[in-house]
Design a protein around this ligand. Structure first.
Ligand code: ADP
Length: 330
C-alpha cells in the first residue's frame, strides 16, 4: 500500500514539474517574442526614418512622414500587445483546463487502484475466515455454543461477500445503463422493517431502535431500495462503536417520505459530506484507514436515490454521529 502511494506521489510530482516547466517556458517564450518584435519594430522605423532623410536627426525630416511612421510604430506596438495578450489568455485557459483534467484523471486512477486493493482485501478476508471456520468445525469436536458462534461468524462473512458482489455488480450495471428496471408499488415501511430484521439477525449484539410509520407506499424497485437501506445500516454499524445505538426513522412529511439512519459514531466532517457520495471515495488515506470497505456503498445509495427521484444527504446526529437522510416523493 505504501509502495503504491509513494509511486503515485512520485508520478504526480513528475507530472507537476513537467507541467510547470512547460508553462513557464511558453510564457517566457511569449514575453521574449513580444520584446523581440517591439525592438524589431522600433529598429525598422528608425531605419525607415534614416532612409527617408539620410540622417538620424528627426528635426530635419518632413513633419507628416515622421508622424505617419511614428503612428505606424505605435499601431504595431498595440497590435503586438493585443495579440500577445490573446495568446497569453489562450495559453492560460488551456493550462487551467489541462491541469484540472489531469488532476481529475490522476485522482480517479488513484481511487480506482485503492478500490482494487480494497476489493482484493475484502474478497480475501471473508473467504479466509469461512475456510478457517469450516476447517475448525470439521476437525474439532466443538460444543454447541462454540459451533453456533462459528456458524454465525461464517454467515456474517458470507453476507459481507454477498453484499460486496451485489454492490460491484449493480455499480457496473447502473454505470453502463444496463440495469433492467422493474418498478412496482412498494410498501416501503415493510421493506425497511425487513432490512432491519435481517440486520438484527446478522448483528444480534447491536442495539437498533426504529420508529417506522406503517403502510408508506411509492413506486420503486425492491432490490435497489433494499440495497440502499442495507448499505446505510452496514455503514452505521461499521463506523460507530459496537456499544452505541443505531436509530432508524421512517415517516411521511408532507408530500415526502423521509428515511433517516442515525448513528453515534465519529460523524463526517463538513468538507467530506458531499465527497463521500463519489465513486470509490473513502475518508482518509488507504494506509490510515482501519475499517473495511470499497467506497462504493454511498455512491450506489446516491445512484439508487436518483433512480427513484429521491434526495440523499448526510447531516450531524446529536450529540454526535451521522444522520443519513433520504427523501422520496410519495
Ligand atoms: P465504504 O464504507 O466501503 O468505505 P461508502 O461509500 O459506504 O464506502 O462510504 C464512503 C466513506 O464515507 C467511508 O469510507 C467512510 O469514511 C464514510 N462514512 C460512510 N458512512 C459513515 C458513517 N455512518 N459514519 C462515518 N463515516 C461514514
Amino acid at each position: 500500500m505504501k509502495k503504491f502511494s509513494h509511486k503515485s506521489n512520485r508520478k504526480l510530482t513528475a507530472v507537476k514539474v513537467v507541467y510547470w516547466a512547460l508553462l513557464t517556458y511558453m510564457i517566457a517564450a511569449l514575453v521574449w517574442w513580444f520584446i523581440a518584435l517591439v525592438k524589431q519594430n522600433d529598429t525598422l522605423v528608425a531605419v525607415q526614418l534614416q532612409q527617408i532623410t539620410g540622417t538620424n536627426n528627426q528635426a530635419n525630416m518632413p513633419k507628416q512622414t515622421v508622424a505617419q511612421l511614428l503612428n505606424m510604430q505605435s499601431r504595431k506596438r498595440v497590435q503586438y500587445i493585443a495579440e500577445g495578450l490573446t495568446f497569453l489568455a489562450l495559453i492560460l485557459v488551456g493550462a487551467v483546463y489541462v491541469y484540472r483534467a489531469t488532476r481529475r484523471q490522476i485522482r480517479a486512477s488513484v481511487q480506482q487502484q485503492n478500490f482494487m486493493m480494497a476489493v482484493t482485501h475484502e474478497l480475501k478476508t471473508p473467504i479466509a475466515v469461512t475456510q478457517l471456520n469450516l476447517e475448525t468445525l470439521q476437525k474439532r469436536k466443538l460444543d454447541l455454543a462454540q459451533q453456533d458462534k462459528m456458524i454465525a461468524s461464517t454467515l456474517r462473512e458470507a453476507n459481507r461477500l454477498n453484499m460486496l458482489c451485489d454492490n460491484i455488480l449493480l455499480a457496473s450495471q447502473l454505470d453502463g445503463k444496463a440495469y433492467q428496471e422493474a418498478r412496482t408499488e412498494i410498501n416501503f415501511s415493510d421493506l425497511v422493517e425487513g432490512c432491519i430484521d435481517t440486520f438484527k439477525q446478522h448483528y444480534p449484539t447491536r442495539l437498533v431502535t426504529e420508529a417506522i410509520e406503517p403502510t408508506l407506499y411509492f413506486d420503486g424497485e425492491t432490490l435497489l431500495l433494499q440495497m440502499l437501506v442495507n448499505n446505510l445500516l452496514e455503514n452505521a454499524h461499521k463506523y460507530a462503536p459496537q456499544d452505541t445505538q443505531i436509530k432508524v426513522v421512517l415517516a411521511q412529511q408532507g408530500k415526502h417520505i423521509k428515511l433517516e439512519v442515525m448513528d453515534s459514531g465519529k460523524g463526517i466532517p463538513d468538507n467530506e459530506k458531499l465527497k463521500i457520495f463519489e465513486k470509490f471515495y473513502r475518508i482518509g488515506s488507504e494506509a490510515t484507514r482501519n475499517t473495511k470497505g470499497t467506497g462504493l456503498g454511498l455512491y450506489l445509495c446516491k445512484k439508487i436515490a436518483e433512480n427513484h427521484n429521491a434526495n440523499i444527504f448526510v447531516t450531524d446526529s446529536k450529540p454526535q454521529g451521522s444522520n443519513f437522510v433520504v427523501t422520496f416523493n410519495s
